[in-house]
Every structure is written in structure tokens, then in C-alpha cells.
Design a protein around this ligand. Structure first.
Ligand SMILES: Nc1ncnc2c1ncn2[C@@H]1O[C@H](COP(=O)(O)OP(=O)(O)OP(=O)(O)O)[C@@H](O)[C@H]1O
Ligand SMILES: [Mg+2]
Length: 603
């Protein structure tokens, strides 16, 4: 069943065409990835679908029964984290209020039906589990939304979309600001939800593991592939090759015919010239105008030679009121490429601040070698002035002496000359990140400290950045959750975990494996926190309704188990039954949670 259909959509910014003839539709439960290079117009397309950006032509239609959830750009919300999450379910709140006003039996029945259909008995449990999975433990639920850092707010917005009861989720780069454990949780969540998910991501692993289809935004239009990401990639490359080959053949023919026309314009063969001219016209119409993504390719130079020991941590405790990291004791040598991994809040940014001397150690000493010139990439893009044009941001740099140099470095990062006139503030997420990296490498640092540099970057740029960093002769400290990016780039890994650190000469993925296993073990040991003593009036209608639903689900699961026992050879059927049992059990777990909570009067 089609839940969303887009037809003939077009969009301009000023005179610049972003896309046209965009037509595709999404089916119920489909997991579709929207891919395309930085600045192709993906976010713009989402904004149009969600109705927060004007379109210049075409239609967006959402099936009558469906609802879209998309994260808001700007949040002006006065209230706590938990209230912010509840706010996504306003209609349930209304029904709850009506149910509490002693309605007639008939009305109550109708209300309860609507309540159940909208996930009324499970939404609070869902909110809680999503919050926890995305790093918001119970003790922060009463914190005010306005107190959150930028990264935390992005994560909270994602949590709100994921726990909404909409049937279509639009996710724009959901893995930014998540740590590796949250990313694998998100991956499983997306794979198992029966909602329709339309998502933008540059995380290759997420694309491979989740997408069942792909909409490719390329050459100022969209095409849909009902293939998984790997198969789509193969198919897409083939198509491009075909087009290029045909274009080449056509170009050869055209120049041959033009030669003929020139030679025989006058004289006896001039009759044939007319026919050749028609053929030229025809071929020219057939040349597919594809603006292939420009080759992104750059180097990162260093100006000064580094000392043998670049950074030395000597018995360092780092933190604020309390140490977050204790007993840091290690050296980073010339040419070392070190990956820093750890859960959100484990102290990665604290470690970086220590090296940048923005934070003094509580104990011990951090020594930076002589002649070290640090280049720091900060996720918040603090080195950009949003009011400047792209051109000026690059031009007013001491190592730039001509306009040509500006255009040449822009081209190496995939920008066109026209982009130079754009204000930095209107650039897409990936374009801003690229500009920040350009400014950074113009300084020719010999120690690079990068805090999550691949967020927002398209896959071609991630490849290019990775290659440039592999070739880079300076030392590198990089915080990243991108499994693909780190692989083969770093020679050492620091894992921050539970106030301790582990440093080893192993790859990031080996470290991640060790690390995830440790986390899982600790999780098992964490005991449930006691529920607050606060008692609230238990809503008996709701409680009865939940009990009824639990019984229903338990009965259905029993029946399915019996059926399973009787089916021994029909694998397809067995598979179907398994899937259904899993799904029902998941639902049942949520009801159990809600039931327990209501009994305790916790919420
Ligand atoms: N308000 C605006 N005025 C002018 N140009 C704009 C405006 N907003 C966006 N653009 C341009 O439109 C293009 C598409 O932007 P969009 O943010 O949709 O790209 P994207 O595909 O989401 O990129 P990314 O992968 O980097 O997030 C970009 O080149 C951007 O610079
Ligand atoms: Mg975008």
C-alpha cells in the first residue's frame, strides 16, 4: 500500500535549480534511503515533504490514514525532557483528559478504542525505552530542554521522532551525535519497526544494514531503486557507465558528421549534408547531460617538522568538579594516528579540551611538544562566519594569495565557482563541514585534532578525507563513531570507558568489539533503580484495558506456538509464525512495563 507519493516536484533557490521532475512513492513499512552528494538537495526535499519548505511545482500526497513525523529545526519548548516527549502525543493526552471526566459508557468505549489504536497503552513505555537507548537516563528526564547542549538536543529530537505514533518517519542523518552503541541500537530499531522509514544517511554501514530501497538524488532529479544499498550501488555505477559510453559514442559520431558537413557543404553531395545535419541534431538531443560529481581530492600539508613526542600525558586526571578521566598516562608520537572512541559522555571532548589547554588537569601534566601547530576541527563549526560568503571565508586566509587559489581549492572539495557567492549560513550541512575543513588545512597544522569530522559528509568526501589523512605526515587525534572511516586509518586506539581508559595498538573495530562487549556486561550488572515513591491515582479503566490486552496477546501467542508445533515442513509458514510471535512478544513486553508502572502508580 502506498503511503507517500511525490510527483513532479521541483525546487529552485533563487535562479539555481535544485531538482525537478521528482516522482516516486513509498510503500507501507518500507525502509528507504535518500542518497546524494552534499548539497544535492536531500534536506530540502525532506523539508518540502514535511511541509516546512515551499515547493516550486508538483505534489506531495500522504495517504489519508498516515501521519509524518520529522524533527523540528528550531525548538522553542519550555518544559522538561519528558514533557517534550509527551508533547508529540497531544491527541492521546486529550483522550486521557476526556476519559477522566466520567464519560458515558458508550463514549468511553469509543474513546478507549481510539486510545488503543493510537498506542495509548504503550506510548509512555516506548518513550522511556527510546530515551534510555539514546542516552537519557531517568535522572535527567526532569531536566529542562533549554539546558541541553546542541548535540544532546539533536539526540532528543531524534528520540521524539522515533517514539512518535506516526506511520512515516523522516530521518535526516540520524546517526550524527550518536555513539557506536546507540547506532547499533538505532539500526535494530529501524530494521524491526513496521513503520515506513525514509532516511538520509552517509553512514555506509547503516545504509547497507537498513535500506530495502533507495531513492537517488542525482543530476537534479530523483530515481527510485527497489534494491538494497549494495545492489543499488552496483546498478547505479552501471547506469552511469552506460550513459558515459553512449555519450562518448555520440560525441564521436557528431564530430564525424560535422566534418562531413564542412567538407561537402557545396557541390554534388550537398543533398546528403541535410540528412547529416538532421542526424547531428538527433544525436545532440540524445546526449545525456549528466553533471558527474566532481572528483573530490585533496592533500593536507604540514609546515613544520614535529618533535618525536607530540603529546605526553603524565598521570593526568581530567574533569570538572569531579574527574571524568583518571590516571591518563601515555605518549603520542610523531606520525601517530590515534582513534578515540567511547560512549557519549565518556569524556572524549574532555580529553580533547585537555590537549587544547582549554581545560587544566586536576592532577598531573599534559605536555605538548615544541613547534606543534594544532589544527582543531570542532563539530560546532566555530571557525566559520555564517555572514561571509564562501569565497571570502577562504580568500581571507594568510596562506591564500589569489582568486585562482580559492577556486582551485574549492574545486578540490567539489564546489563550483558559483557556490563562492553563497552565504555560509545557507550552505548545506555537508558543505559547511567541507568549508571548515578547508580553512583548517590552509593553516598547515602538524597535529590535527578532529572531533567527529565525518558527520554530514557524503561518502565520496569521507573517502577523500580518509585518504588525505592516511597520507598526512603529522600526528592525528580523531574522535569518531564512523566504523568505515576509522578502519585502516588509525594505528592506535584509545577507548574511554567508565572513568578509565584503554590504549592499544589495535584497530578501532577491534577496540569497538572489546568495548561493546564490556558495555553489555556492565549493563547486566546494573540494577533497576527504585521507582519513585510518588503515588498517583491509578486509572482502573486503563488498568483493566491493559490486562485485557495482555490476556489477548498471551492467548494469541499460545495459539501460534501450538500451530508451530503442528507445522514441521512448511518453512515459509514456520518463518511467518516466528515473525508474528516475535512481534507480539515485543508488544506484550511494552504492555507488561506499562502495567507494572501503573500498578506502582509511577507515572
Ligand atoms: N535558503 C537557501 N538559499 C540559497 N541556497 C540554499 C538555501 N538553502 C539551501 N541552499 C542550497 O541548496 C542546495 C541543497 O541544500 P540541501 O541542504 O538540501 O542539501 P543536502 O543534500 O541535504 O546536503 P547535505 O548532504 O550536505 O546535508 C545546497 O547547495 C545549498 O547551498
Ligand atoms: Mg542535508
Amino acid at each position: 500500500m502506498t503511503v507517500l507519493s511525490v510527483s513532479n516536484l521541483s525546487k529552485f533557490f533563487g535562479s539555481e535549480l535544485i531538482f525537478e521532475n521528482v516522482t516516486f512513492s513509498l510503500l507501507k513499512s518500507e525502509k528507504c534511503a535518500l542518497v546524494g552528494r552534499n548539497g544535492a538537495g536531500k534536506t530540502t526535499l525532506f523539508n518540502i515533504i514535511a511541509g516546512i519548505e515551499e515547493k516550486d511545482g508538483g505534489e506531495v500526497a500522504v495517504s489519508r490514514a498516515s501521519k509524518i513525523s520529522y524533527k523540528q529545526q528550531e525548538i522553542i519548548f519550555q518544559g522538561t525532557i519528558f514533557e517534550f516527549m509527551l508533547d508529540e502525543h497531544k491527541e492521546l493526552k486529550l483522550i486521557e483528559e476526556k476519559m477522566e471526566k466520567n464519560p458515558s459508557v458508550n463514549e468511553l468505549e469509543i474513546l478507549m478504542k481510539r486510545y488503543e489504536e493510537n498506542g495509548g497503552y504503550t506510548y509512555k513505555a516506548t518513550i522511556k525505552s527510546v530515551l534510555k537507548a539514546l542516552g537519557f537516563e531517568e535522572d535527567v528526564w526532569s531536566k529542562n530542554v533549554s539546558e541541553l547542549s546542541g548535540g544532546e538536543l539533536e539526540r532528543l529530537k531524534l528520540a521524539r521522532v522515533l517514539s512518535s505514533n506516526a506511520d512515516i518517519l523522516l530521518l535526516d542523518e540520524p546517526t550524527n551525535h550518536l555513539d557506536i552503541i546507540m547506532i547499533s541500537w538505532l539500526e535494530n530499531f529501524l530494521k524491526s519497526t513496521d513503520k515506513t522509514v525514509f532516511f538520509i544517511s552517509h553512514d555506509i554501514k547503516l545504509l547497507e544494514n537498513v535500506a530495502t530501497s533507495v531513492v537517488s538524488l542525482f543530476n537534479r532529479t530523483c530515481k527510485k531503486y527497489s534494491l538494497n544499498y549494495l545492489r543499488y550501488k552496483e546498478q547505479f555505477e552501471k547506469e552511469i557507465e552506460e550513459i558515459l559510453k553512449t555519450n562518448e559514442l555520440n560525441a564521436e559520431r557528431i564530430s564525424k558528421y560535422e566534418e562531413f558537413v564542412r567538407k561537402y557543404r557545396a557541390g554534388i553531395k550537398s543533398g546528403l549534408v541535410k540528412s547529416r545535419q538532421i542526424m547531428i541534431e538527433n544525436l545532440k538531443n540524445n546526449v545525456k547531460d549528466i553533471a558527474l560529481d566532481r572528483n573530490i581530492n585533496f592533500r593536507i600539508e604540514t609546515s613544520q617538522r614535529q618533535p618525536k613526542v607530540v603529546i605526553s600525558f603524565q598521570d593526568v586526571d581530567l574533569g570538572y568538579e569531579y574527574p571524568i578521566l583518571k590516571g591518563l598516562n601515555f605518549d603520542i608520537y610523531r606520525g601517530d594516528k590515534v582513534g578515540i572512541i567511547g560512549k557519549n559522555g565518556a569524556g572524549k571532548s574532555t580529553l580533547v579540551k585537555g590537549v587544547l589547554n582549554e581545560l587544566s588537569p586536576i592532577r598531573g601534566e599534559i605536555k605538548i611538544g615544541e613547534n606543534i601547530k594544532i589544527g582543531y576541527f570542532d563539530q560546532k563549526l566555530n571557525n566559520l562566519n555564517f555572514e561571509n560568503t564562501l569565497y571570502d571565508e577562504i580568500f581571507y586566509n594568510e596562506n591564500i594569495s589569489s582568486a585562482n587559489e580559492v577556486y582551485s581549492i574549492m574545486a578540490r572539495f567539489g564546489f563550483e565557482e558559483d557556490d563562492g557567492d553563497k552565504k555560509v549560513g545557507v550552505l548545506s550541512g555537508g558543505e559547511k563541514t567541507k568549508l571548515s575543513i578547508i580553512k583548517l588545512i590552509l593553516e598547515k597544522p602538524n597535529l590535527l585534532i578532529l572531533d567527529e569530522p565525518t558527520n554530514h559528509l557524503d561518502t565520496d568526501t569521507v573517502y577523500a578525507l580518509k585518504n588525505a589523512l592516511i597520507e598526512y605526515s603529522g600526528a592525528l587525534l580523531v574522535v569518531s563513531h564512523d566504523r568505515f572511516f576509522l578502519e585502516g586509518l588509525t594505528n592506535k586506539s584509545i577507548c574511554l570507558f567508565d572513568e578509565k581508559y584503554y590504549m592499544d595498538i589495535i584497530s578501532a573495530s577491534e577496540m569497538i568489539e572489546k568495548f561493546i562487549m564490556k558495555t553489555e556486561k556492565t549493563k547486566d550488572n546494573i540494577r533497576e533503580k527504585p521507582v519513585s515513591e510518588r503515588k498517583v491515582r491509578v486509572n482502573t479503566y486503563k488498568l483493566n484495558e491493559i490486562e485485557r490486552r495482555i490476556k489477548e496477546l498471551e492467548n494469541r501467542i499460545d495459539i501460534l506456538h501450538r500451530e508451530l508445533n503442528e507445522t514441521t515442513t512448511d518453512w515459509e509458514k514456520i518463518n511467518l509464525i516466528h515473525n508474528e510471535i516475535e512481534k507480539l512478544e515485543e508488544e506484550l513486553l511494552l504492555y507488561y512495563d506499562e502495567y507494572e508502572m501503573m500498578k506502582k502508580g509511577a507515572v
